[in-house]
Design a protein around this ligand. Structure first.
Ligand SMILES: C[S@@+](CC[C@H](N)C(=O)[O-])C[C@H]1O[C@@H](n2cnc3c(N)ncnc32)[C@H](O)[C@@H]1O
Length: 385
């Protein structure tokens, strides 16, 4: 008999699922009673049979495994490859429940809605969706056929049979639309045009922006045949990037750490890089001008980097005797000039916070922009993909 079928396991798992549900509600993340019910009733331990932590594996039935499964944590569940230094790189995970809950709430589903999930992974999120909307309302696709096979088995074990497929979710679910909702559980640099085409009128896309690290969430509604537009939820979410090749967590030539390209540009500035660090309220605004921007230790030492996959822009600043700074900029765009303009705009526009910012994307690859206050505003700029 499967250890999971024995009563003590199931009793403990039910108690832990209820505790997790209570924790999510207490944190104010799950407010909708129907989602609370879905979290309480969906057994995460049926989907996360092994947790990978560096080189260690905590497997189904090991001491501590069940408690780890029901912790409010993101759990790495698959690593298909290692990085250059031999460290395993996660290629699938079960996302942090607070993050999943926030995204599901943002999805604003209604009975009768059809939902497409990009990134089946373990199948746990698909189970929550199927529990809430019914199994025939849910389609879920993952790049990795092995994951789809095991998710299908684990979903069937608890009596759920949503439609699953293996393939590149950048193409959505060809022939399967229109979908009332599309939720991505891998991070994107741009909304794929196919998602907009396959979205029903008035439909919604919830997708994390690929930040290189934790990034914001896009919540975009279909406002025209060829366009989605909506808000930026600044709540930082960390997702692995959407990739194109099963055995490579990055696209071809997308490995991080690639050298900045093109000829460097030299100039001077009066803006002290440490001044950026002293103003955390700037962070999102600057990031939206230079996705992948890392303000941190580097800034103190005069090096600023915006890096996402192989797209790396850098600025190297050295103090001069007259209190100004020498700037060397290198990369696909001039990072320091971009940041300097963004800081000036932020101050001139009365310090806009996330609630005043939005994003629109067209069904043309890479055509997306950030706007202030409304999509037709004079203050808009391209969101670099
Ligand atoms: C954070 S995991 C998804 C977690 C999942 N929703 C769950 O509940 O377990 C991200 C998933 O995105 C998948 N993925 C990455 N690129 C993809 C692509 N182009 N199309 C479809 N899935 C992709 C990965 O294989 C991985 O399983």
């Amino acid at each position: 008999m499967d250890v999971l079928d024995t009563a003590p396991w199931e009793t403990r798992a039910t108690a832990l699922a209820t505790e997790l549900d209570t924790e999510l509600a207490a944190a104010g993340v799950v407010l909708d009673p129907a989602w609370r019910q879905a979290f309480a009733a969906t057994p995460r331990h049926r989907f996360v049979l092994q947790i990978l932590d560096g080189g260690a594996v905590l497997g189904h039935g090991d001491p501590g495994w069940l408690d780890a499964v029901y912790a409010n944590e993101s759990l790495a569940t698959q690593t298909r490859i290692s990085d250059a230094s031999g460290r395993p790189v996660p290629t699938s995970s079960s996302s942090k429940p607070t993050v999943m809950a926030r995204m599901l709430e943002r999805l604003a589903v209604q009975p009768g809605h059809r939902v497409l999930e990009i990134g089946t992974g373990t199948g746990y999120n698909a189970a929550l969706l199927a529990h809430r909307l019914g199994e025939t309302a849910v389609c879920s696709i993952d790049l990795d056929p092995d994951l789809v096979d095991s998710a299908r088995v684990h979903l069937a074990e608890i009596g759920l049979h949503p439609q699953l497929a293996a393939g590149n979710g950048a193409a959505g679910w060809p022939g399967g639309g229109p979908f009332d909702r599309i939720i991505a559980t891998c991070a994107v640099t741009a909304i794929p045009p196919a998602w907009i085409d396959q979205l029903a009128d008035g439909g919604r896309i919830v997708a994390p922006l690929d930040a290189g690290s934790a990034g914001p969430l896009l919540v975009l509604d279909k406002t025209a045949d060829d366009e989605v537009t909506g808000i930026i939820d600044p709540y930082p979410v960390l997702f692995m990037p959407m990739r194109a090749i099963v055995d490579n967590p990055y696209g071809p030539g997308q490995e991080p750490g690639a050298a900045a390209i093109g000829m460097p540009h030299y100039g001077t500035t009066t803006l002290d890089p440490a001044a950026l660090l002293a103003r955390p309220e700037l962070e999102l605004f600057l990031w939206l001008h230079a996705p992948g921007l890392q303000l941190g230790g580097g800034t103190k030492h005069g090096v600023v980097v915006a890096e996402r996959g192989a797209v790396r822009a850098e600025a190297d600043l050295k103090p001069l005797a007259d209190g100004t700074w020498a700037v060397r900029q290198h990369g696909p765009y001039r990072l320091w000039d971009t940041l300097e303009h963004a800081v000036a705009a932020f101050d001139a526009l009365d310090h806009p916070d996330a609630s005043r910012l939005g994003v629109s994307a067209l069904n043309v690859a890479g055509k997306q922009y950030v706007w202030l206050d409304d999509p037709d505003s004079d203050h808009c700029w391209p969101l670099i993909s």
